[in-house]
Design a protein around this ligand. Structure first.
Ligand SMILES: NC(=O)c1ccc[n+]([C@@H]2O[C@H](COP(=O)([O-])OP(=O)(O)OC[C@H]3O[C@@H](n4cnc5c(N)ncnc54)[C@H](OP(=O)(O)O)[C@@H]3O)[C@@H](O)[C@H]2O)c1
Length: 380
């Protein structure tokens, strides 16, 4: 397949798996970015020979520049450098896989260049969904979801009239602590929270899966991607992670997408859409999988899901405050500064202090993000 891509966040879990897809399909990789992992990006540069690579820190970028000086890759730095990679003229598809709100500005940059966006960075739509979708339609950029649930919905909508949709059902594994009460969760350790039963992912999204904030962020992401009201988005616990999500139509039909829990499948589809290509990835064998089971989410044990739904209902900048408080609380938990159950408490208190701006611009969103981080930190 002839396709030219760039990857924002190439050293992360999604970035590395995207390079595996690129290797398989023989894609041209023209741009790579990372925050600070220059050892890994150096190896990626040597293998893929992109035109540009960008590192956030100027000193690390200078070090990387020396290491790869004969590779033909120009090393850039800072947000400006990442934005250059996001907006390269020669690129067809930009894979947006930076973690957190740090992915928002470069993704918007790619959207404004009318690129195809393979979107993994859910925080882009959580924090600025209205602006991002308006800009995509104004600039002719197409956003194809990478998140397995949204990819499943995207595929279950294909060939159907969206006016016939009754609801969408996002499935959730329930994470490592499914079945425990809120009181039992007070004692869980970082090591236990980092062990996801079905998926291997970056540390932030792994903790989000354990608190179920990940599903909450996905509800907000789905609201913007598919233009559906919150009342039409449902969550169902499905511990086996085989049905990735489903769409229920008004005539009673339910269309679902199934597959092995392997992120390379939705990553590949987002890049090759609407075509499909053979690959060597594991095939789903339902006889081996056995029973598929379903449960209601437990909102008392996992308040983060409830908080995300409340932030979506409140609208405006409330999801920005939710996301920033969550990023800060997760970072404090990863550094063993707070307990697991302090995460929802810090988020709820931060949201309680926030005065919603109902029609924010990007600068307002960045200001609220900073404000909510400061508040969340002060609550720890
Ligand atoms: N992992 C999954 O299976 C999965 C599934 C669905 C959706 N997603 C979404 O995809 C996104 C990426 O997830 P991930 O698990 O791949 O994360 P990850 O493994 O933590 O990787 C994050 C990437 O972003 C870079 N980065 C971190 N902070 C940055 C900053 N301030 N500025 C610029 N770059 C920065 C990292 O660079 P360094 O390596 O140098 O730190 C790395 O390349 C998240 O939004 C997540 O919710 C992930």
């Amino acid at each position: 397949m002839t396709k030219r891509i760039s990857i924002l966040g190439s050293t992360g879990s999604i970035g590395v798996q995207t390079l595996d897809v690129a290797r398989n399909l023989g894609l041209e990789v023209l741009g790579l970015t990372a925050n600070s992992n220059i050892d890994l990006i150096e190896k990626q540069i040597i293998e893929f020979r992109p035109r540009f690579a960008a590192i956030m820190d100027e000193k690390l970028a200078a070090d990387l520049g020396k290491r790869v000086k004969n590779s033909g890759t120009e090393v850039l730095y800072g947000l400006e450098g990442v934005n250059i990679v996001a907006a390269m003229d020669e690129v067809d598809t930009v894979v947006s896989s930076i973690v957190g709100i740090a992915g928002l500005i470069p993704t918007l940059e790619a959207i404004r260049k009318g690129k195809i966006i393979a979107l993994a960075n859910k925080e882009t739509l959580v924090t600025a969904g209205q602006i991002v979708m308006n800009e995509a339609s104004r600039c002719g950029a197409r956003i194809i979801p990478v998140d397995s649930e949204h990819s499943a919905i995207f595929q279950s909508l294909m060939g159907n009239d969206s006016r016939g949709v009754s609801s969408i059902i996002l499935t959730a594994s329930g994470g490592p602590f499914r079945g425990r009460s809120f009181d039992e969760l007070k004692q869980v350790t970082l090591e236990q929270a980092l062990k996801h039963p079905n998926w291997s992912m970056g540390s932030k999204i792994t903790i989000d899966s354990a608190t179920m904030m990940n599903k909450g962020l996905e509800v907000i992401e789905a609201r913007w991607l598919f233009g559906l009201g919150p009342d039409k988005i449902r969550v169902l616990i499905h511990p086996q992670s085989i049905i990735h999500s489903m769409v229920e139509y008004i005539d009673g039909s339910v269309i679902a997408q199934l597959g092995s829990p392997d992120m390379r499948i939705p990553i590949q589809f987002a890049i090759t859409y609407p075509e499909r290509f053979d690959n060597g990835f594991a095939r789903l064998n339902l006889l081996e999988t056995g029973k598929l089971t379903f449960e209601k989410p437990d909102l008392a044990a996992f308040p983060c899901l409830r908080l995300a739904c409340e932030a979506l209902e409140a609208g405006g900048t409330m999801p920005v405050a939710l996301n920033a408080a969550n990023e800060m609380a997760v970072s404090l938990f990863l550094n063993k500064r707070i307990a697991f159950t302090d995460i929802p408490s810090i988020i709820e208190q931060t949201m309680g202090k926030h005065n919603v701006n109902t029609n924010p611009c990007i600068n307002d969103i960045i200001e609220v993000d900073k404000w909510a981080r400061d508040v969340a930190r002060s609550l720890s």
